[in-house]
Ligand binder design. Sequence first.
Ligand SMILES: *[C@@H]1O[C@H](CO)[C@@H](O)[C@H](O)[C@H]1NC(C)=O
Ligand SMILES: *[C@@H]1O[C@H](CO)[C@@H](O)[C@H](O)[C@H]1NC(C)=O
Ligand SMILES: *[C@@H]1O[C@H](CO)[C@@H](O)[C@H](O)[C@H]1NC(C)=O
Ligand SMILES: *[C@@H]1O[C@H](CO)[C@@H](O)[C@H](O)[C@H]1NC(C)=O
Ligand SMILES: *[C@@H]1O[C@H](CO)[C@@H](O)[C@H](O)[C@H]1NC(C)=O
Ligand SMILES: *[C@@H]1O[C@H](CO)[C@@H](O)[C@H](O)[C@H]1NC(C)=O
Ligand SMILES: *[C@@H]1O[C@H](CO)[C@@H](O)[C@H](O)[C@H]1NC(C)=O
Ligand SMILES: *[C@@H]1O[C@H](CO)[C@@H](O)[C@H](O)[C@H]1NC(C)=O
Length: 442
Amino acid sequence: MINWRPNVLLFFVVFWDLLIFVSSETDHHCLDYCNSKQINSGQDVIDLYCNHECKVEQCQWGCENYQVGPDSTCQHTCSQGWTAQGNITSKARSVQQEESQYCSDGCLKALQNYANQIRALLPPLPAPELKNGMKGHSWVVLLWNTQRLSNVTYYVQARMPDTAGPWEITTAAWLGGGAINVTNLRPFVTYKFQILLVITPTDFMSSNESVPIITEPYGAPSEAPKICEVSSPTSTVISISWKPPLYTNGQLLGYYLTLTTLTRENEAKKSTMREVAPDTSGWTFRQLKPGQTYQVNVSATNSVGKGPPGSVNITTAGPGDLSGEDVVFLVLAQDNKVVKQNTKLLPATDPDTVLTLNSSGTTVNGSTVLFQIAGDEVTGVALDIGKQLLYVSDSTNKIYTHGIGAQGQSRVIFPDLQNPSSLTVDWLRNILYVVNQNSNKS
Ligand SMILES: *[C@@H]1O[C@H](CO)[C@@H](O)[C@H](O)[C@H]1NC(C)=O
Ligand SMILES: *[C@@H]1O[C@H](CO)[C@@H](O)[C@H](O)[C@H]1NC(C)=O
Ligand SMILES: *[C@@H]1O[C@H](CO)[C@@H](O)[C@H](O)[C@H]1NC(C)=O
Ligand SMILES: *[C@@H]1O[C@H](CO)[C@@H](O)[C@H](O)[C@H]1NC(C)=O
Ligand SMILES: *[C@@H]1O[C@H](CO)[C@@H](O)[C@H](O)[C@H]1NC(C)=O
Ligand SMILES: *[C@@H]1O[C@H](CO)[C@@H](O)[C@H](O)[C@H]1NC(C)=O
Ligand SMILES: *[C@@H]1O[C@H](CO)[C@@H](O)[C@H](O)[C@H]1NC(C)=O
Ligand SMILES: *[C@@H]1O[C@H](CO)[C@@H](O)[C@H](O)[C@H]1NC(C)=O
């Protein structure tokens, strides 16, 4: 049924690889299938247009006319092929569709048998390997020394394991001797490769995947870092955070930050620059001017140079424009409560008196209780405005966090620390410092 016919001309001139040509005679299994009861069960008797013979005929036509190619499907073959036979052109469209169904049955059956034959002929499909370290910044040469069949289409697929991206078909040139030059790759990217075999439009197989292979570095980073957040928590401070770019094109050496004043035309621009380590993902500029717009740029750098900057504009709060939500407030501990005190509504007395207020029965305008512990005394308070979290230590050796947002929840984060007193949050590095009896924990 299957002729093994190595084609000498193609073997040497085109591929250099051993190609096996597969051809098949009419598929007898398929014809048997058409003659079987399966194809002819059901409503034969009442089908005026397509009786038993008609169905078998269509099915057989499908068996004989399946085509294997990336664009052909049985539906296409049967609607274009069988109906073009002239036998049924005068019939209604719906009847034609129904009839071509038997053709499709035969065609699919033949296609399936064909795919099974091909699968049985395929040798094991090992993973492609990097050939002798042959790679550049945009290409790698893979070795996949496996017999290829002429009736199977082979593609090289690549995937970036670091980004959990999908398998994608690459541009690949089969060089002979099992070598494949995969091109149009990105510099300094880790890839995995596999060979995809397309047997029929619906039948695929793939080889095992290669070990990770990294292309050579080339050029400066081609992408800007992604700026995630920029804020001006006070009128003299700007904080920025970013994520590294995906394509650094070489070992990331760090980030290059610039902070430039954006001014009217006649004023001189002032720039500050800073280089930070590659593991840095945030920076805080201090001692800035209130009410000033700044442009912050962040570029990734490698040994070749700087990439394009991620750029963002931000204006620090002016001393005069604190309004509404941005009102300055104090966070104070008072007995077993932590209160938020609006500074504009402070009693006209010396602010010191706020701290010594006696809780029993005293109400101060503009103060809200943020958090109240069950008993005893608050010994320390720290605030992370960015996360909207309050940290509270108390005289029963507990440390709590409490959300100060809309639906703040509190929980104990340290149930038993010896005499915790002062707390401080380093919100940039996400560390809480606790002073307790004997030591300084973080
Ligand atoms: C295999 O491919 C050749 C050339 O493309 C074609 O003539 C032949 O019909 C194919 N064999 C099968 C079984 O489809
Ligand atoms: C009808 O279909 C059969 C089977 O394909 C074919 O042999 C015959 O020539 C067709 N008749 C006409 C009129 O085209
Ligand atoms: C593919 O990988 C599996 C699991 O690692 C291994 O068992 C199998 O032998 C490999 N196949 C080939 C053809 O290398
Ligand atoms: C692979 O292809 C690239 C791009 O065409 C080319 O620059 C490179 O030299 C080729 N490598 C080999 C080993 O042929
Ligand atoms: C910051 O980036 C913007 C946008 O790319 C650019 O126009 C500007 O010149 C950069 N500023 C500095 C100081 O590099
Ligand atoms: C920042 O401001 C400058 C000057 O007004 C403007 O050209 C630029 O487009 C702004 N950048 C962003 C990201 O809004
Ligand atoms: C608080 O007030 C109560 C009663 O008003 C008084 O007995 C107590 O001494 C006061 N404590 C302080 C620290 O002022
Ligand atoms: C609190 O505010 C109200 C109205 O805003 C005012 O009448 C009252 O005198 C204030 N009390 C104190 C103690 O400042």
